[in-house]
Design a protein around this ligand. Sequence first.
Ligand SMILES: [Zn+2]
Length: 123
Amino acid sequence: MATKIPTEIIIEICLHLTPNDLYSLSLICKKYRSLLWSTTTTTQDIWRLSRLSFVPNLTLPPPLLHTNNKEPLKRMSEQQYIWLMILCEKCYFCDQKNKMELTMYWEGKFYSCEKCLAKKVIR
Ligand SMILES: [Zn+2]
């Protein structure tokens, strides 16, 4: 049934959803996943609007990513940014969910607890 809804209508609906709802929708089927995890301007606008409408303390744009010096600087996608800042709630390696124990590592784009970081990451 969902596959019969025209993409334009799905996009219109998405423009009114919270980041959590967008994420949930992306888990429903391949069509929604492909739409909502794309890096097209339309999809980035959907997530940006959702972030600005429903997460008032997250108004800064996604950060620039470290690249090697040969490539131009790239901005993190809206989906990655929202995932890291709002949706991700546990250590990347274990199930530690206490946010006070977790630190975000922008270079690797993940949250980790100190114990896992010491064991899993080479500095
Ligand atoms: Zn951990």
